[in-house]
Design a binder for this molecule. Structure first.
Ligand code: DAT
Ligand code: MG
Length: 137
């Protein structure tokens, strides 16, 4: 089995789309290994988004991600589950995301694109440990 980290972002919670998003993963055949509603502070977001520090959109990204609660999930499935989740999310910019994907079906703004998913096996391990601790990796 393989695990990856998903965050249903504040816009997903505000718009009532958490169930829709998680249901897609469940219908696909993936399972939830952990689930929590949390409000993220700047400290955990700085660690989570360290790769983006210094980019023009970084401050707005942290402000957006901390403006309200998120739902953080560990999603479990077969090998390379992180890739399955990324494919189901669609491109970062919802305007470029294919129909049938979460961002393609449900979003229009790159700044409020509903969902985060780990982008590699290494990112998944790091992010699961950051949000849920080493035992869940
Ligand atoms: P992803 O979330 O698809 O992994 P990313 O890691 O490149 O994308 O960026 C993290 C988040 O930052 C992304 O979900 C939305 C925001 N973002 C990325 N590029 C952006 C841009 N050009 N303008 C505004 N926000 C952006
Ligand atoms: Mg990313």
């Amino acid at each position: 089995m393989d695990r990856t980290l998903v965050i249903c972002k504040p816009d997903a919670v505000e718009r009532g789309l958490v169930g829709e998003i998680l249901a897609r993963f469940e219908r696909k055949g993936l399972t939830l290994a952990a689930l929590a509603m949390r409000t993220l502070d700047r400290a955990i977001l700085a660690r989570h988004y360290a790769e983006h520090e210094g980019k023009p959109f970084y401050d707005d990204l942290v402000a957006f991600m901390s403006r309200g609660p998120v739902v953080v999930a560990v999603v479990e499935g077969p090998a390379d589950t992180w890739r399955v989740v990324r494919d189901m999310m669609g491109s970062t910019n919802p305007l470029e995301a294919a129909p049938g994907t979460i961002r393609g079906d449900l979003g229009v703004l790159v700044t409020e694109n509903l969902i985060h998913g780990s982008d590699s096996a290494e990112s998944a391990a790091r992010e699961i440990a950051l949000f849920f601790g080493d035992e869940l990796v």
